[in-house]
Write a protein that binds this ligand. Structure first.
Ligand SMILES: Nc1ncnc2c1ncn2[C@@H]1O[C@H](COP(=O)(O)OP(=O)(O)OP(=O)(O)O)[C@@H](O)[C@H]1O
Ligand SMILES: [Mg+2]
Length: 369
């Protein structure tokens, strides 16, 4: 897959701009706070339906403007695709594919596909379980609309059950309706757990391969799914329903649901060592990168062609050896890289370099003063 054009109107600090990325590596360079990440963010928005930096679309509209717009054109094996995001201060955004408005965000899949690696991804490795669930949810939703819908249904049922749990002490007759919500949670939750287990198996294998390559054969990365309950392989829905029934009194006392996929986690180990606890900064960064490259491999396999890779400010963080290994991985993948200093990419075969300055894209090097 290849993005041929990114057009922005009143998006973040861009009034009006267009970027035509080249086939290989496109570099966006410039000082801090000029709009490099914003440009990648517009691609993420068009791939997933949401920004990686904020859940509030209004923040994406240029200050003082009523509306903003992102238009992306991509060439895939099956032809041209055009995704348009119309952002408004007043109402929910409109998403159009090839000129037609979509009813559900899930339908966005398969038009513009991309993987972003940004400094925040380190949180997948370093922060708590919620960040790792977010990683799985974001990545898996992009390749499996069924997962995205299961998540939505589960979240809805969870909200209702938690509300009910808090109301029961005041109105004990409500207790009778709990089993209905338990059944819904069990059904959608089991679907989520099944898809997560399969996805993590794939991710682990691909991340392991990538990590070997980037670390120069030094480190053995493994990813393991740690569900909040031991559901076994056969019937996770029954296991989850059982666990919910067992937890019922505790849940009523605490006013919240204590078991289910909203409590899942992952473990990340390097040759048996927990990266989160013992990993060096560089090992944690490389682990986060390997996870992203694994996602890229899985998407490439699922889509039958590689998605676009976006690397936000990562080159300066890797040692020269890891950087070289990473660059070697990029062959045949359209890549957009941001940096503040072009010399971080001295060894890369750059297709095009654009300077980003105050929400404007220019071809000329100019002074980086
Ligand atoms: N809605 C908005 N309207 C106008 N400007 C905005 C809006 N949101 C953010 N900005 C500004 O846009 C600028 C670009 O931010 P961005 O994060 O893209 O910078 P960057 O080039 O990636 O910088 P860095 O190198 O520090 O990561 C910032 O100055 C930010 O304050
Ligand atoms: Mg940035």
């Amino acid at each position: 897959m290849r993005i041929t054009s990114i057009q922005l109107t009143d998006f973040r600090n861009y009034a009006r701009a267009e970027l035509r990325p080249c086939e290989g590596i496109t570099v966006l360079y410039g000082n801090n706070a000029q709009g490099k990440t914003a440009l990648l963010e517009s691609v993420v928005l068009s791939c997933t339906g949401r920004s990686h930096r904020t859940p509030r679309d209004r923040e994406l509209i240029r200050w003082g403007q009523e509306a903003g717009r992102v238009l992306i054109r991509a060439e895939r094996r099956d032809g041209s695709h055009e995704v348009e995001m119309l952002l408004s201060q007043q109402k929910r955004k409109t998403v159009k594919v090839n000129g037609r408005a979509l009813q559900r965000t899930g339908e966005l899949m398969g038009h513009v596909s991309g993987v972003l690696f940004a400094p925040e991804d380190l949180r997948t490795v370093k922060d708590g379980p919620a960040e790792r669930r977010r990683f799985i949810d974001m990545e898996l939703s992009q390749i499996r609309p069924a997962y995205y819908y299961a998540l939505q249904r589960y979240a809805h049922a969870l909200l209702q059950r938690n509300k009910l749990l808090r109301d029961i002490p005041l109105n004990p007759t409500l207790r009778d309706t709990l089993p209905d919500w338990d059944a819904q949670l069990a059904r959608h939750g089991a679907e989520i757990m099944r898809m997560r287990a399969a996805f993590v198996r794939d991710i682990s294998e691909a991340a392991h391969e990538n990590h070997l390559e980037i670390s120069g054969g030094l480190e053995d990365l493994r990813v393991k799914y740690v569900p909040s309950l031991d559901a076994g392989e056969d019937d996770p829905a029954r296991a989850l329903a059982g666990a919910l029934a067992v937890a019922r009194e505790t849940d009523i006392r605490r006013g919240t649901t204590t078991v289910g996929p909203h409590r899942d986690d992952l473990t990340l180990t390097l040759s048996g060592m927990d990266v989160r606890v013992y990993g060096s900064q560089g090992q944690q960064r490389t682990t986060a990168l390997s996870l992203k490259l694994a996602e890229l491999d899985i998407m490439r396999r699922e889509l039958g062609e590689p998605p676009v890779l976006m690397l936000d400010d990562v080159m300066s963080e890797l040692d020269p050896k890891r950087r070289r290994h990473l660059l070697r991985r990029l062959e045949g993948i359209q890549t957009i890289v941001t940096c503040t200093d072009l010399s971080d990419l001295a060894e890369a075969e750059i297709g095009a370099a654009w300077r980003i300055h105050g929400g404007e894209i220019s071809a000329e090097g100019g002074d980086e003063a």
